[in-house]
Design a protein around this ligand. Structure first.
Ligand SMILES: Nc1ncnc2c1ncn2[C@@H]1O[C@H](COP(=O)(O)OP(=O)(O)OP(=O)(O)O)[C@@H](O)[C@H]1O
Length: 251
């Protein structure tokens, strides 16, 4: 689904990411840990193609196509979607309108809104005056409408209370085709093999791991991917010894 080769990225005249190599196969969900300022949002923004992130070296492939030079709208059309850490407010644009704009297929705006408890927000300006949890739900409803094949989530749990966390977890599982219906007769293996959506999720708290099964975890430390492995094992190690341990892997 996604292959990143030797990616070095600068913001302004500062190099933020150095020689990143990463592969996410169809159906896989990866999580990204790392201390503040290590470059996590920069990596997601570069995959999405935001122009402020300048690719100095390396290439990004999406479904085998080199998208390194493609603008954001082309990447979105091809099936890459992002939910921001701090989503912008869009004055003059109603949530209902942005959902229709984001949709790559026919969607029922009302049904989507019900699933995220956003019915009362449809005729409000996008994100204007929304609380932290409402902002995250607003991001997810736009992604559900877009229905991307590669889902990039920047701290989906930040500012979200426990009750809303369950709602957000369900929406993310839907995006990633990880919901398993009780009446589904397929074996777990068949379900896994049939899954095509992929995800890359930034998390600080690790709460999301209680709701979404992640396949691989990575640690980004000072702009370099220093470590990869079982996400829960990595997270429990970070909790015990902190990111300092990651220095040993990059040295
Ligand atoms: N326009 C800019 N000019 C200079 N440095 C920048 C600019 N934008 C971002 N940076 C720097 O790039 C580094 C990486 O930022 P980024 O937001 O990717 O980190 P992060 O790992 O997502 O952090 P956090 O966990 O705090 O959200 C930071 O040190 C940040 O200050």
């Amino acid at each position: 689904m996604l292959k990143i080769e030797g990616l070095t990225v600068a913001v302004g005249d500062r190099t933020v990411l150095v020689d990143i190599n990463l592969e996410i196969k169809p159906g896989e969900t990866h999580v990204l840990f790392g201390p503040n300022g290590s470059g996590k949002s920069t990596l997601l923004g570069t995959i999405m193609g935001f122009p402020r992130y300048r690719v100095v070296e390396g290439r990004i492939f999406f479904r085998g196509e080199d998208v390194t030079a493609l603008p954001v709208n082309e990447r979105a059309k091809r099936g890459i979607g992002i939910a921001f850490q701090r989503p912008p407010t869009l004055r003059g644009v109603l949530l209902r309108d942005i959902i229709r704009i984001a949709a790559r297929h026919d969607v029922s705006v009302e049904t989507l809104a019900q699933s995220l408890d956003l019915t009362d927000f449809l005729d409000r300006e996008v994100n204007h005056g929304f609380s932290g949890g409402e902002l995250k739900r607003s991001e997810l409803i736009q992604l559900l409408a877009q229905n991307p094949d590669l889902v990039l989530l920047d701290e989906p749990e930040s500012g979200v209370d426990l009750e809303n966390m369950a709602l957000i977890g369900t929406a993310i599982n839907r995006l990633l085709e990880k919901e398993v219906a009780p009446w589904d007769k397929r074996s777990l293996r068949e379900i896994r093999m049939g899954r095509t959506k992929s995800g890359l999720i930034i998390t600080h708290t690790g709460y999301i791991l209680n709701y979404v099964e992640a396949d691989v975890g990575h640690v980004l430390y000072k702009g370099r991917l220093s470590c990869s492995g079982n996400p829960r094992e990595l997270f429990s190690c970070i909790k015990r010894v902190g990111y300092g341990e990651c220095v040993r892997c990059v040295l």
